[in-house]
Design a protein around this ligand. Structure first.
Ligand code: GRF
Length: 210
């Protein structure tokens, strides 16, 4: 089996990154993590990646001021150098331009802490609690130029409990994230996922909420 060469882009804690790194430790996993790039020089995830002997790079967005494309060209340079085939965003807090997204069309995944298309954007847990939803969750999707949109590869729902706080709900969702991201990357790396318009088919079947 030829494993797909994967880069993970982070900006912070990196717990989803760790979940992917752990999954890829198994030789039978169809992807290997060849690079972690952080947009923040002191992201906690960088230390965790280095601790797992994964090559790391910092592409600090501040250095490029408002020139988003220059930032992305620097990012692209890192990815091309390492012959990366798939990119996973994992708590990467920069919006990507259509230019970058197009370079990676169908090869760029993101994880979002909500059941998309519900609660796009930030502070999803607080908003879910404020809206009084009974179900919340996480979504892995292909990235398209529009934020938190794009064909969904995997979704997991979790219940919202009476008395939940942002922290307790976030922790429950995070567990689901750590389950579905490695699973979704596996499906994509094995070539099981076909994008048809705005949806994904996995082994020819529509995606169901887990
Ligand atoms: C996760 O909740 C992820 O869904 C969101 O940002 C958070 C990142 O957490 N995009 P971590 O850095 O993976 O721990």
């Amino acid at each position: 089996m030829v494993r797909k060469r994967v880069a993970i882009l982070i900006s912070g804690r990196g717990s989803n990154m760790v979940a992917l790194i752990e999954a890829a430790k198994d030789e039978r996993y169809p992807a290997e993590i060849v690079l972690v790039v952080s947009s923040e020089p002191d992201a906690e995830g960088l230390k965790r990646a280095a601790g797992a002997n994964i090559r790391t790079a910092i592409v600090e967005h501040r250095v490029f001021g408002h020139d988003r494309e220059a930032f992305e060209r620097a990012l692209q340079h890192e990815l091309v150098q390492l012959r990366v085939e798939l990119v996973c965003l994992a708590g990467f807090m920069r919006l990507l331009t259509p230019w970058f997204v197009r370079q990676w069309e169908g090869r760029l995944l993101n994880i979002h802490p909500a059941l998309l298309p519900e609660f796009k954007g930030l502070n999803t847990h607080a908003r879910a609690l404020a809206d009084g939803v009974k179900q919340h969750g996480a979504t892995v999707h292909f990235v398209v130029p529009e934020m938190d949109s794009g064909p969904i590869v995997a979704q997991a729902a979790v219940p919202v409990h009476e008395g939940d706080t942002e922290a307790t709900l976030a922790a429950r969702v995070l567990e689901a994230e750590h389950r579905i991201y490695p699973w979704a990357l596996k499906q994509v790396a094995e070539g099981r996922v076909r994008i048809e318009g705005e949806h994904c088919l996995i082994d020819g079947q529509p995606v169901h909420k887990a």
